[in-house]
Write a protein that binds this ligand. Sequence first.
Ligand code: MLT
Length: 213
Amino acid sequence: MSAAQAEWPHLFRPGSVDAPVLLMLHGTGGDEQQISGLAAALDPRAAVLAPRGGVVENGMNRWFRRLSEGVFDTDDVARRADDLAGFLVWAREYYELGDRPLVAVGFSNGANIALALALLRPEMVPRVIAFSGMHPLDGLPVGGSGARVTTSGLAASVLLLLNGDSDPMAPLSSVHRLVSLLEARGATVEQVLRPGGHGIADSDVAAALRWLA
Ligand code: MLT
């Protein structure tokens, strides 16, 4: 066991052994306690694994550094996604999760790290629900020879993207670039657009419940 992984602040609830594991990823300023409430709404029987983002910006927990609102330090995104993958390997073994299926569920900055993992380490998060997420690696060359970041094929990846159609923090142009990239790599993407901005609307939770079922 790596000491660094064991010391990563997180919440774990075992749930029922025949239920999936929900990897709950909070948004900027959130934490593992706050985001775990959403897990209960999505599947009260599921195991909950909710780590805390390791970056602090003005006292707020985040998953990776940003240069300004919506402009990400993509090197840091890639590095932190890798760290999170290491935590997942550790947690699966430590909590004896065996081959229980895992669904990554993220909101906002948490959705963005879930999507980065889905692009960079798809085997870690085959299913993703992203509430108010956007392209986490926009501008970083992805795939192809000479690329700084290569993504494997995503044929086994299934993603649900839930966005508001007038969200200044997760602009649709970025979401569309992300969907194109995911689909070009073979992922199955369902996109649900609702009127409004950044957040988790009741209709988003209802769509996530349908998708999980
Ligand atoms: C991000 O930084 O990941 C997005 O802009 C959303 C947020 O503000 O957390």
